[in-house]
Design a protein around this ligand. Structure first.
Ligand code: CAA
Ligand code: FAD
Length: 379
């Protein structure tokens, strides 16, 4: 066992850290306040290879491992979780799914521009009446011979407006339940696709979350991913890696808030000394550092298992539930360490606290992660 990062890992970590400081930090408060999608920053992330990190260079990606991805996600999320969710969805849910299960034609047509960051993608599973209970899909993909006819509504879609390519899960054989679902590649500009209003959110306010409506959208058969009925397994397999991405996002939000709390505690004086000299503050910082380190180890273990082609479903869910609960707790404590200053925007920790909450909800709520974990340990 080796806990040391390689030279290459350290380089990627530094590149992501520098990018976050130089390109994401300026304007992050304004983007949050005005719900502004970080379009220019995402374009630059793409040019640097951060949107197709694990995709083979053969398909325009950076060909890096999942450990590198975790390290980069942590650094970007320390500063701007609205940017890192775009990165996570594009890397884990869209590029990985296409590279692993797509045909050569699908890869050439869609994966190459997605991995290069020329376009971004979205993953459409959730519906107004089916979130955690993802098999209860109502969107239908009717088999019409050489094409599918897509009808229905998907909810809460990250990158909903900015994506050019959607991976849509829809029911073709309702009588078969989860085995009747197909995963389809749908171009956003297809006739019959409508993007709903942008959601006005508590956190990750720079990311664009929309419902997407499909009315008689024609999707060619060659845009189906995998065999007929593979769509639910496709979604679950893809989300397995996605959960490592969101766990790393939560880790970054927590470590960003912790770094700010350490710095502030050494500057702020109360009762004649720096607040970092009060044991109550020291113990908070000690608990934050310990939980963050445990989160980091869980994220890296899940990433290591994925890189070694082991089953990472359990470790990914453990990493996600632990890191996201850590993020919520650490960011709340970071606001406390800042006192009243923590409650206003310019000190950043209130935004990190608001951003932390979503990591307990999307890509499977904490309760869903516990379902996955308990099923695995009891099996
Ligand atoms: N890998 C492969 N197959 C899997 C699987 C996995 N990890 N998990 C389940 N399956 C298969 C099962 O084996 C089963 O197939 P068989 O019938 O052939 O055995 C089939 O899928 C149905 O599985 P379950 O009976 O376990 O399904 P369930 O209805 O009990 O649901 C669940 C299980 C874990 C709760 C699942 O529905 C789930 O993960 N829900 C959460 C959905 C979610 O995470 N949504 C995220 C949307 S994307 C997003 O949020 C992006 C973002 O924010 C940025
Ligand atoms: P519900 O499933 O209705 O759950 C409500 C509550 O009940 C939760 O606490 C849940 O844990 C609990 N619960 C449900 N079932 C059980 C059970 N069996 N046991 C115990 N507790 C249970 N989806 C996409 O497909 N693509 C996206 O890009 C995407 N991005 C998102 C971005 C944002 C900002 C948000 C808010 C959501 C996004 N989602 C996306 C949707 C997200 O994945 C769902 O919101 C999530 O899976 C929960 O589903 P739900 O909202 O329907 O809640």
């Amino acid at each position: 066992m080796d806990f040391q990062l390689t030279e290459e890992h350290l380089m990627i970590q530094k590149a992501a850290r520098d990018f976050a400081q130089m390109e994401l930090l300026p304007g992050v408060i304004e983007r949050d306040e005005h719900q502004k999608f970080p379009a220019e920053q995402i374009k630059k992330l793409g040019e640097l290879g951060f949107l197709g990190m694990m995709v083979s260079p053969k398909y325009g990606g950076a060909g890096l491992d999942t450990i590198s991805y975790v390290l980069a996600m942590e650094e970007i999320s320390k500063i701007d979780a609205s940017a890192s969710v775009v990165m996570s969805v594009n890397n884990s849910l869209v590029c990985w799914g296409l590279e692993t299960y797509g045909t050569e034609e699908q890869k050439q047509k869609y994966l190459v521009p997605l991995a290069k960051g020329e376009i971004i993608g979205a993953f459409l599973l959730s519906e107004p009446e089916a979130g955690s209970d993802a098999t209860s899909q109502r969107t239908t993909a009717e088999d019409k011979g050489d094409h599918y006819l897509l009808n229905g509504t998907k909810n809460w879609i990250t990158n909903g407006n900015s994506a050019s390519v959607y991976l849509v899960m829809a029911q073709t054989h309702p009588e078969k339940g989860s085995k009747g679902i197909n995963a389809l590649i749908v171009e956003k500009n297809s006739p019959g696709v409508t993007v709903g209003a942008k959601e006005n959110k508590l956190g990750i306010r720079g990311s664009d979350t929309h419902s997407i409506m499909f009315q008689d959208v024609i999707v060619p058969k060659e845009n189906r991913i995998g065999e007929d009925g593979f769509g639910f397994k496709f979604a679950m397999k893809t989300l397995g890696g996605g959960r490592i991405g969101i766990a790393s996002q939560a880790l970054g939000i927590a470590s960003g808030a912790y770094e700010l709390a350490v710095k502030y505690s050494k500057e702020r004086k109360a009762f004649g000394k720096e607040i970092s000299q009060h044991q109550a503050i020291q113990f908070k910082l000690a608990d934050m550092a310990t939980k963050i380190e445990a989160s980091r180890l869980l994220c890296l273990k899940a990433a290591w298992e994925k890189d070694h082609h082991l089953d990472y479903t359990l470790s990914g869910s453990m990493a996600k539930v632990f890191s996201s609960e850590t993020a919520m707790w650490v960011t709340t404590e970071a606001v406390q360490v800042h006192g009243g200053y923590g409650y206003v925007k310019e000190y950043h920790v209130e935004r990190l606290m608001r951003d932390a909450k979503i990591t307990q909800i999307y890509e499977g709520t904490s309760e869903v992660q516990r379902i996955v974990i308990s099923r695995s340990i009891l099996a």
